[in-house]
Design a protein around this ligand. Sequence first.
Ligand SMILES: Nc1ncnc2c1ncn2[C@@H]1O[C@H](COP(=O)(O)OP(=O)(O)OP(=O)(O)O)[C@@H](O)[C@H]1O
Ligand SMILES: [Mg+2]
Length: 329
Amino acid sequence: MYKSFFHLVRNPFNLTPDPYCFVSTKRHNEALAALYYGVRWHKGFVVVTGEVGTGKTLLLRCLLRLLKESKDIAYAYVFNGRLTPTEFLQYILCDLGLQAAGKNKSELLLELGQFLVSRGSKKLTTVLIIDEAHLLSEDILEEIRLLSNLETADDKLLQIVLVGQPELDDKLDSLGLRQLKQRIALRAQLAPLDGIETSTYIEKRLQIAGADLQGDPIFPAEATAAVFLHSHGLPRLINTICENALIAAYARQCRSVTPEIIQDVAREFRLDVPPSRDDDGTGKNSESDLRLASSAVLDLFASLRKSEESSSSSEAKEAAEQGKHELHI
Ligand SMILES: Nc1ncnc2c1ncn2[C@@H]1O[C@H](COP(=O)(O)OP(=O)(O)OP(=O)(O)O)[C@@H](O)[C@H]1O
Ligand SMILES: [Mg+2]
């Protein structure tokens, strides 16, 4: 409802993790590069952790978009951590397009093993991607470790991506899972944005939604500072605050969001209690090939977005032409 008031073409702060709205930050780039590089170069295990609402699922969706571009990659995407080991295997097989119905656990494992060996012999990549991995039981983590044993003399047959909240790090640190921990080839952490990143994030999301950045800013510096204060740099909270601030500004017919509006929204959402943070500010992967992968991923991602934009603008043109046509009729 406020879109036309602010001259926007889409909702800038939608909560759905949509790769189209991806804003690149140092941490997100590094994590996406670790994921893509780990899968592409058959590193075996990659783990990404981050606080609630820092963009983990969005990163996975970006990764899936990148993987879909490659014909030689098949993946299973598990986003429900609360499964029994057999249900877990059934889910993976189904997602990979294999027959799982009516099979017991050893039959499922046999079928999956044959599938992986056959793909491996053709130099094809198979990936198991797990979101919300902090919810996995020790039993399932043990199954995953066993799956990671499937390898030939010189290659891993299954690439495994685990993404979850910081409790996943604690789980992997536990004594019982030390074998799995030793197999992790790449790790990355997402953290809340800092003040400057928060302001850039807000600007970029507005830009993606079609805002004219040359005119008076919808979120002036004092407003973005207030958003940072109340969101602590957590992207999901930034989105919630900004979305509601736009609604409130529209209701008051203000073209710019004021710090008072942000405070009102924060009060409504009870965001005055700060969450605890234990970010030490250190990135884990600083290898030069990761940096290279990072820029390669971003280039690939930018070109994907460009092609999406040009196809949607040609669709829009077509729709406009169609509209004109219909009017003439
Ligand atoms: N780099 C980013 N660019 C654009 N939007 C982002 C970015 N990071 C996070 N977001 C947005 O923040 C919101 C939360 O992201 P997401 O759902 O991916 O978080 P999460 O870490 O998976 O949270 P949870 O731990 O609750 O599963 C989404 O709306 C997402 O689009
Ligand atoms: Mg998530």
